[in-house]
Design a protein around this ligand. Sequence first.
Ligand code: GDP
Ligand code: MN
Length: 381
Amino acid sequence: MDLFEHQGKDLFARHGIPIPRGIVCESPEAARAATEILGGTSVVKVQVQVGGRGKGGGVVLAGSPEEAEEAAARMLAEGFKGLRVTRVLVEEHLSIAREFYAAMLLDRSTGTDLAMVAVEGGVDIEELARTRPETIRRLHIDPEIGLHPYHLRRLTGSFPPEVRDLVENVLAGLYEVLTGEDATLVEVNPLVLLSDGRVLALDAKVTIDDNALWRRREIEMLKSSFPIDPVEFRAREAGLQYVKLDGEVGIIGNGAGLVMSTLDLVQQAGAAAANFLDIGGGASAESMATSLEVILSDPSVKVVLVNIFGGITRCDVVAEGMLAALERVTPQVPIVVRLDGTNAEEGRRILERANHPRIVSVPTMLEAAQRAAELARGRAA
Ligand code: GDP
Ligand code: MN
């Protein structure tokens, strides 16, 4: 479970890691008031569970309460990278002298915790790992031994001498969060040195181990504050596996393997999936109908691709389910259907007979993906 930045920072503060002063705001007016409290300037940060906010307009340095209000209004109205935004974090505007990087994570491959630091933070850490991996210092921490001062000394070896103690204090706090709060990842990018000499966690990314939530009730409760995608909510209610992506082809398939291969084929055909939904084995007419409704309610879907391989699932039942669904919803987009396996012939006949203007029946998976991609690009009729 990924926490919002402000939730991660709350955990940081509880473990003695210094963070900027900040106020969580749910309205533009609150962002204005918060900026006044913070001395007239602020940094307005969109709260979403994805990164890259700095580059994507999700972090705004506001020079006045009015600017903060405007930035918050835009973020709350527009969302961020297709995600709904229900609040922003308004923080004091700090004067940054240097940016570093620090992270700790559970390394499953070695069964240890892994600490990573870089004196050149603030930049894209993946980029740094690719181009100059030697600048990232890594250290494995055996959970039986725990974190000790000699670990910290080694990690901060290339930091400026005057900040080493302060950075070590942050690292010790991060290790406490990792182990004490059942996190699998804690990342601070950037960890900053301010002009006044303080060292602060300017950002916080914390992932909590889902398997530990039963004993982390107060953290699990944070989940209720996550904005729920309405489409995702409907899918979950209906017991369907739904995943939102950012392309334009809506995909329905039965079985995880088939759905994954369908995603690959769509990609190869030059399009991208808007979402996918696995209706599982033994798909009923009812679940097919709900699936179509769910997929079609995502406004980014330009074409739907239904890929069914009948085993226990019978293609004639799927076809009937689709027709039933099309009586409940009126799709504005084409629906490419590939049926194969048990009762495929019968299923295709049912669709043919119905002669629905939106249904495009295609015999193979590859052709179906190509056809869907074509239609998504708006080339074909
Ligand atoms: P991310 O892009 O989603 O990782 O968001 P961050 O919280 O890391 O913020 C992105 C960038 O905004 C940081 O690297 C900083 O350079 C800048 N930033 C954030 N807060 C402040 C601040 O208080 N003062 C200044 N000068 N820059 C800030
Ligand atoms: Mn960051």
